[in-house]
Design a protein around this ligand. Structure first.
Ligand SMILES: *Cc1c(COP(=O)(O)O)cnc(C)c1O
Length: 212
């Protein structure tokens, strides 16, 4: 069995930074190994793949599942039923639907709102103005707890550019009195931590190269 970097990375993190192990593309067996080393929070971005793995891991009761992928409206019920956190809420309509379903399912879902802080056409997310404009309506939604903001930086930025965008996310969260920022992946997590991330989302750095 190959040795993962999990403990080495975990030990480098400040105590107030939470690690989300992004297991999309990796088998349940690998999740089990990292879970046995003390990791309880796992992130998935494709609902079908996640549901299959959750079934295989149903005896691992301490796992908290985070949905971090693009949300299709017709998958919202399954996501609400099977996840504890959703990091990728990018519109008011989706939050409202999550809220209604969570109410029916008698669950409270932990939410991060995804924000888009640069002109990256490939990425989803609220733009700054849209978020502020919808803020009061977003806050009114029941059975969802908005804990913070999530962002994904475009690829290929310098360390400094990454830091500047992450700082923008931190400042926006602070201005809305939101404690959490879910930001930083395998290639840019150090700048995210420096800018004030409270959740970093690491896949390949922990699990190795993604097979699919
Ligand atoms: C895949 C993914 C990650 C992890 O990416 P790595 O580069 O493997 O660390 C983090 N966040 C989101 C939203 C992802 O889809």
């Amino acid at each position: 069995m190959e040795i993962s970097n999990y403990l080495e990375i975990k030990n480098k993190l400040p105590a107030d930074v939470n690690l989300l192990a992004v297991s999309k593309g990796f088998e349940s067996q690998k999740i089990k190994i990292i879970n046995s080393q003390g990791q309880n929070h796992f992130g998935e971005s494709r609902s079908q793949e996640a549901l299959e793995k959750q079934l295989e891991l149903k005896d691992s009761k301490n796992i908290k599942w985070h949905f971090i992928g693009r949300i299709q409206s017709n998958k919202i019920r399954k996501i609400v039923q099977n996840f504890d956190y959703i990091h990728s809420v990018d519109s008011y309509e989706k939050l409202l639907k999550i809220s209604n379903v969570a109410f029916q399912e008698k669950k409270i879902i932990q939410i991060m709102l995804q924000v888009k802080l640069s002109d990256d056409l490939a990425k989803a997310g609220f733009d700054y103005e849209a978020l502020l404009e919808k803020w009061l309506d977003l806050k009114k939604c029941k059975n969802v707890k908005i804990n913070g903001l999530m962002t994904i930086n475009p690829k290929g930025l310098s360390s400094k550019e990454n830091f500047i965008l992450f700082k923008k996310c931190r400042n926006l969260a602070d201005s809305l009195k939101l404690p959490d920022c879910s930001m930083g992946m395998s290639g840019d997590w150090e700048q995210a931590v420096e800018a004030g991330a409270t959740w970093i989302r690491l896949g390949s750095l922990i699990f190795g190269d993604r097979p699919c």
